[in-house]
Design a protein around this ligand. Structure first.
Ligand SMILES: NC(=O)c1ccc[n+]([C@@H]2O[C@H](COP(=O)([O-])OP(=O)(O)OC[C@H]3O[C@@H](n4cnc5c(N)ncnc54)[C@H](OP(=O)(O)O)[C@@H]3O)[C@@H](O)[C@H]2O)c1
Length: 226
């Protein structure tokens, strides 16, 4: 069965994805900042390997890549992400914005760079990052959340650039918006539950191939405007 590595898999959408993939017999490498407290992950049944990963810690990323030496990763799924708030014009905070860019835009690329050979030796050769409709410029008619919106827009550009570089190696790279999901981040008023969102994300990943690499998909399958 294929192998997937999911970051930020201890709660929210990441945990549900780990559950669904493991339930379908995949080998799941689930990362969490603090595996000791990842009770939801530990309770899952199936072939699950839990690894510690703070995604902004490049030494930890490199150590994980080394530890996984020889392992073929069919799908690298950058799911970990942060949202500090919906700050309005005049309310932005530089340090928390930089932190958001680190977690949401730079860390996914660092993971791609560290694990590209693991992906390259797999059968499916897919790299997917969870973006957001809030990072879409074409679909944007709202306000606030400068840090989060710009970090996801940057992730989208990272994805297209990496897709262009990795296409010759047969590696597909894409971004998927999970929809508005009831998690700690999405809040109780969101329209989707994690099951619906994760099931949609899995369908999109399943259909991904180099012919449609470098695109921005909604969890429901259609393309989103950049
Ligand atoms: N929920 C939505 O409506 C929605 C909409 C659009 C996009 N998204 C995106 O979907 C992804 C998952 O979101 P979610 O709703 O499941 O959020 P969540 O419930 O807040 O979970 C976020 C996950 O990311 C992890 N994480 C955050 N910062 C990290 C870091 N520096 N290093 C390692 N892990 C880190 C968290 O770990 P800890 O438990 O250690 O904090 C947690 O596992 C994110 O990329 C988010 O931006 C969500």
């Amino acid at each position: 069965m294929p192998t997937i590595l999911i970051t930020g898999a201890n709660r929210g959408i990441g945990l549900e994805l780990a559950k669904q993939y493991a339930g379908d017999g995949w080998s799941v490498i689930a990362t969490a900042r603090d595996p000791k407290t990842a009770d939801g992950l530990k309770a899952l049944k199936g072939d699950i390997r839990i690894e510690a990963l703070e995604v902004t810690d490049e030494q930890q990323i490199k150590a994980l890549a080394k530890k996984l030496d020889g392992v073929a990763i069919d799908v690298l799924l950058n799911n970990a992400g942060m949202l500090t708030g919906y700050e309005s014009f005049g309310e932005t905070d530089t340090l928390s914005w930089l932190k958001t860019l680190h977690v949401n835009s730079i860390a996914p690329l660092k993971l791609m760079e560290a694990l590209v050979e693991h992906v390259a030796r797999s059968k499916q050769k897919k790299i997917v990052s969870i973006s957001s409709g809030m990072g879409s410029m074409g679909g944007h008619a709202s306000s606030g959340a400068y840090a989060y919106r710009s970090s996801k827009a940057a992730l989208n550009m990272v994805t297209v650039t990496a897709a262009n570089e990795l296409r010759p190696r047969g590696i597909s790279v894409a971004v998927i918006s999970p929809g508005w999901v009831r998690t700690d981040m999405g809040g109780a008023g969101a329209t989707l539950d994690v099951k619906q969102s994760a099931a949609g994300i899995r369908k999109v990943i399943d259909k991904l191939n180099v012919g449609i690499s470098g695109q921005f998909f909604n969890y429901s399958g259609e393309n989103l405007p950049w």
